[in-house]
Write a protein that binds this ligand. Structure first.
Ligand SMILES: [Mn+2]
Length: 316
């Protein structure tokens, strides 16, 4: 009897329509509080995909609240970028898609994200994936990799995330980089928590810049960027930065990238490579302190500014 009821209930739940038309946020409730017209999919160059997936985190949870908290913070962010002297969000537009239904496992959420990101990439736009835990990156990477087969990954993280599986799961926050590495080579920055093995396929190497050594600007930044292919996907686990920058995250580790060093690496990558998509993951908001989500909203704005200034102008 019980099973029968559950079955009936399940069959009544309609799967979320993953078409852009169904997901596009119309009206004012978009990231960065911009004019609805500027935030339309048709007009915008950047598209926010929200994936509040929070299923496999093993220590501090709460990343499911990330996209809403970052959206809220983005309403307060200044749209002028003082570094480039431009207003990239007003110039290029940012479309916001409704949060994806994340009531599923890691493999299924990546399938859904891939379905959505594929439409974004196909339309010549740049996906901005907001997590949720790091498990979600693969779907967006796959969509970018299909369009740009030479894709490489610039990966900020405290953790190498290179386990092939974790707790019996192939799609887990601790396996995020292993899944991405099945498609593309990776350059990792900020790493300070890892296992002993030497991972990475020969044809898709993983290059690790450990935080104990590479924690200040220097010639290594150009060397790291030099290891990236022409088209780059940027995946930012906010714990790659120091906890003084992003304190509210599931597994904070001392001694991470400073705000300005992290931005310098991204800026240099944008200057000489083509950043085709990016994500910001692992923000786990805590009550009474909104430092992390505000920094995340700023970070999204800064990456948009670098892409707009260097990548979009090179493309045109
Ligand atoms: Mn991490």
């Amino acid at each position: 009897m019980k099973t029968k009821t559950a079955k009936t209930k399940t069959s009544k739940v309609k799967a979320q329509d993953l078409s852009i038309a169904a997901l596009e946020v119309k009206g004012e409730n978009n990231y960065f509080a911009i004019e609805p017209d500027l935030a339309s999919f048709k007009r915008a160059k950047f598209v926010v995909i929200q994936a509040p997936f929070d299923k496999t985190v093993t220590y501090g949870g709460g990343t499911g609240g990330g996209p809403a908290a970052i959206w809220n913070a983005s309403q307060q962010v200044e749209l002028f970028d003082e570094q480039t002297g431009e207003e990239p969000i007003l110039q290029h537009g940012v479309c916001t898609l409704k949060p994806l239904n994340c009531d599923c496992d890691g493999e299924e959420i990546n399938r859904r994200i891939y379905e959505v990101a594929k439409q974004v990439v196909k339309a010549g736009k740049i996906p901005i994936l907001i997590g949720g835990e790091h498990t979600v990156s693969f779907g967006a990477v796959k969509a970018c990799w299909e369009k740009y087969p030479d894709l490489s990954i610039l990966h900020f993280d405290a953790h190498s995330d290179l386990r092939d599986e974790y707790h019996g799961q192939k799609f887990n926050h601790a396996t995020a980089a292993a899944r991405m590495n099945e498609l593309a080579p990776i350059v990792q920055c900020g790493i300070r928590s890892r296992e002993a093995y030497e991972p990475g396929a020969k044809e898709r190497p993983v290059t690790v810049y450990h935080a104990f050594k590479y924690n200040q600007s220097g010639p290594w930044v150009d060397e790291a960027v030099g290891k990236l292919s022409r088209n780059v996907y940027l995946t930012i686990d906010v714990d790659g930065f120091d906890p003084s920058v992003f304190p509210a995250t599931g597994t904070p580790e001392p001694g991470g990238l400073t705000w300005w060093l992290g931005l310098e690496i991204i800026e240099r990558a944008a200057k000489s490579r083509n950043i085709v998509g990016f994500d910001v993951v692992e923000v786990a908001p805590v009550k009474g302190n909104h430092v992390t989500e505000f920094a995340a909203a700023r970070l999204v704005g800064k990456v948009i500014a670098y892409i707009a200034r260097y990548c979009l102008s090179n493309r045109a």
